[in-house]
Design a binder for this molecule. Structure first.
Ligand code: SF4
Length: 336
């Protein structure tokens, strides 16, 4: 347990947490919505520091980040807990463990050990992923600072619900992020995730303004967020921020509490990808369909094949110093 960062003490031994946009006011003896931050006698503590539930060496393509050191390894960690309760969560066994089972598991792992393991595995990055890094912010921040000082970059795979204070605190040592934009409707966020859309949009804007490399993922769920008008809204919003933001549209498979909806038809993914291009985005990808042509990076200037992938494997990378070898256009991303 560790005293939390970013909270304030209120009257009556209450506290207000400022890590995410729920901004929970927590009574003495209670926990916040995420279930991993507890008020003990007027002090907010993290219950997951430093309890690492998962650590793996992943290809960075798995995050997914396609324009950030392609072909490199990413040392990936998580604790249990999440500030969302998505009915379609693919990692619900660990993200919802505190709320569904009242348990907090994990192996005590100091930030120095995480960085050591990342260096030993020749990982270029540490990814804070699988669950929501905002709710284990103390561990992420302590680790990220040490990692950055040792030349290891840090990336968040996040639902984007952190506050501006939280993002600005870690931003100097946060080099990239993949943020879910799960839908473009307040109703979807409220009913399917227990959250709100607008704070996520603000986070995306802030990341772009701070210069954090950003890629965005939308899990395409039949009947819930796949209307053409909604996909156009997402693509238009992203293109308005920066046309070079890669947009990943992933295939849904029935899971957790959403088992009555069928998997996304491949044709829907392809149509969503076309919509992304029609709305002005330069790089739109399909995910969870190994072998699909939507895994490839084609130059936005001339259409040249730049990076060929199969699943998470890079089969060919023709980029030259981040530029297209055919037409010379600079391709947005972090390449070295
Ligand atoms: S991180 Fe947890 S306790 Fe803090 S505001 Fe978000 S849900 Fe509430």
């Amino acid at each position: 347990m560790k005293e939390a960062y970013l909270y304030e003490k209120l009257d009556g031994n209450k506290v207000r947490c400022s890590l995410c946009n729920h901004r929970c006011v927590i009574k003495d003896g209670a926990v916040g919505i995420c279930g991993v931050r507890e008020n003990t006698g007027g002090t907010l503590t993290s219950l997951v520091y430093p309890k690492v539930i998962a650590r793996h060496v992943d290809p960075i393509e798995k995050k997914p980040l396609f324009h950030f050191l392609p072909g490199s390894r990413s040392y990936s960690i998580a604790t249990v807990g999440c500030n969302f309760r998505c009915v379609f969560c693919q990692n619900a066994d660990i993200s919802q463990m505190p709320r569904d089972r009242g348990q907090i598991w994990g192996e005590d792992t100091a930030p120095e050990e995480i960085v050591w393991d990342a260096l030993n595995s020749r990982s270029a990055t540490i990814a804070y992923t699988y669950t929501e890094p905002t709710v284990y912010f103390e561990l992420a921040l302590d680790t990220a600072r040490i990692a950055a000082a040792r030349g290891v970059k840090n990336i968040f795979v996040s639902n984007g619900y952190m506050t501006g204070e939280c993002l600005r605190e870690i931003h100097p040592d946060l080099h990239g992020a993949n943020v879910d934009l799960k839908a473009y409707s307040e109703r979807f966020y409220k009913e399917q995730c227990g959250a709100k859309l607008d704070p996520v949009l603000r986070t995306l804007e802030t990341m772009v303004n701070l210069g954090v490399w950003l890629e965005v993922t939308t899990l395409l769920i039949p009947g819930l967020n796949d209307a053409e008008s909604e996909l156009r809204d997402i693509a238009r919003f992203l293109a308005g921020l920066d046309a070079g933001i890669p947009w990943h549209i992933s295939r849904f498979h029935p899971t957790y509490r959403l088992t009555t909806v069928h998997a996304t038809p491949p044709g829907s993914l392809q149509r969503a990808r076309e919509i992304g291009y029609e709305e002005g985005l330069q790089y739109v990808y399909t995910g969870n369909v190994p072998g699909d042509e939507g895994e490839r990076t084609l130059c936005h200037g001339c259409g040249e094949l730049l990076i060929d992938r199969y699943g998470f494997a890079v089969r060919k990378n023709a980029l030259r110093d981040g530029s297209c070898p055919a037409c010379g256009v600079k391709v947005p991303g972090v390449w070295a």
